[in-house]
Design a protein around this ligand. Structure first.
Ligand code: SAH
Ligand code: SF4
Length: 378
């Protein structure tokens, strides 16, 4: 191994990065794949236990590298089985990862940033401000930790008995805007998809974005996973208020980006998320406007009941209005579902993830949005 000063956290590497690091140390590429399988498929972080790796390599790894995840600050389970881990992000910050067990899958909702700068009007994370981007190790670490913990506790789902990991689906719908932390997120996505790491199919990994258009194009080129777009309004006037990034990347531009994205994901569709806000965006006229927009993009709609949080100004749409809204979409031939709210009693539902965000950046919107757009790489 090389003489790097500080030990390297191997969770920070995507497959190519790990291979390059092994190569620089004079190790054969197959060693990198072997170690990757131990870490990501067997959830082993202790090199001494990697028994089919040459002894000299193991000894060298123990000196030069480590596999570490954030400490768990709180671990809570809701009455419906949804489980939330609060993970230490240093300096008083913490992020959340949420496990959602279902009969046919185990989904992990993971965070990409400590806080979020995009300030959507109805979102607890946005309300808390932005602290920093998570590293690849912190993003991947959420999946590593969840699989390892659930296995250690004797996860008994049928697919686990068949040798698969407890987490079968990953959604980047936790805290933060994943496309505003592009490089670290793409490295994590590559690991989720890699056969020597998590080996998930592209359809089992979903990234949700509020619509940073240039980064949607880059994602198409670099890791075209399933795309969810937080639409929340059918016209620019309303979306400018609810999802402020719309002032920079308005709806027409966003929908064009969705169409281009699907060129890289043939036979696929975009999921449009739409949070139902009482008296704000939930009228039949809004649904009809959506129908017109949706003609341009192969898509499905996911209507999300608004999850209130302390300090929010919105109310959840009454159930009947949400059903009527869905019916307008369905009658026009669109696929529209209403998201089941999970983990309510531990504040683990969509948009309720507040974590802990200290030293947060609370600037005016203009100064928050512009740097992200001007430098989509950062
Ligand atoms: N930043 C990304 C992903 C994280 S939010 C994005 O905005 O898409 C995941 C989803 O939860 C988004 O669709 C977001 O708009 C929605 N959401 C945010 N706050 C919510 C709330 N209070 N109730 C319901 N959904 C909410
Ligand atoms: Fe950020 Fe998404 Fe919340 Fe908007 S909805 S503030 S982009 S986390």
């Amino acid at each position: 191994m090389t003489d790097a000063a500080a030990p390297q956290n191997l969770l920070d590497f995507d497959p190519a990065g790990l291979a390059a690091w092994f190569d620089a140390a004079g190790e054969k590429p197959f060693r990198a794949r072997q170690v990757s399988r131990w870490i990501h498929q067997r959830h082993v972080g202790d090199f001494a236990r990697m028994t089919d790796v040459a002894k000299a390599t193991r000894a060298s790894l123990a000196l030069r590298a480590h596999v570490s995840t954030a400490d768990v600050i709180r671990d809570s389970t809701a009455s419906d089985g949804t489980r939330k881990w609060l993970l230490d992000a240093g300096n008083g910050n913490a992020v959340e990862a949420v496990y959602i067990p279902e009969d046919d899958r185990g989904t992990l909702c993971i965070s990409s940033q400590a806080g979020c700068a995009l300030d959507c009007a109805f979102c607890a994370t946005g309300h808390g401000g932005f602290n920093r981007n998570l590293t690849t190790a912190e993003i991947v670490g959420q999946l590593w930790h969840a699989n390892r913990t659930l296995l250690a506790e004797g996860a008994d789902a049928p697919w686990v008995s068949a040798g698969r990991a407890p987490i079968t689906n990953v959604v980047m719908m936790g805290m933060g805007e994943p496309l505003a932390n592009f490089d670290a997120v793409v490295r994590a996505l590559r690991l989720f998809l890699d056969d020597n790491a998590y080996g998930l199919s592209r359809r089992r990994v979903t990234l949700s974005t509020s619509g940073i258009v240039p980064a949607i194009d880059r994602l198409a080129a670099e890791a075209p996973v399933a795309l969810a777009v937080s639409l929340h309004a059918p016209n620019d006037a309303l979306r400018d208020r609810l999802v402020p990034i719309n002032r920079v990347h308005p709806l027409a531009t966003l929908l064009d980006a969705c169409v281009r994205y699907l060129d890289h994901a043939p036979r696929d569709f975009v999921t449009f998320e739409y949070v139902m806000l009482d008296g704000v965006n939930d009228q039949p006229s809004h649904a009809r406007e959506l129908v017109a927009l949706a003609r341009r993009v192969p898509c499905k709609f996911n209507l999300i009941p608004f999850n209130p949080f302390p300090g929010s100004d919105f109310r959840t749409s009454p159930r009947e209005r949400t059903l009527a809204f869905r019916d307008v979409l369905q009658d026009a031939g669109l696929v529209a579902t209403i998201r089941k709210t999970r983990g309510d009693d531990i504040d683990a539902a969509c948009g309720q993830l507040a974590g802990q965000v200290q030293n947060r950046v609370k600037r005016r919107l203009a100064s928050r949005v512009v740097p992200i757009v001007a430098h989509p790489n950062h």
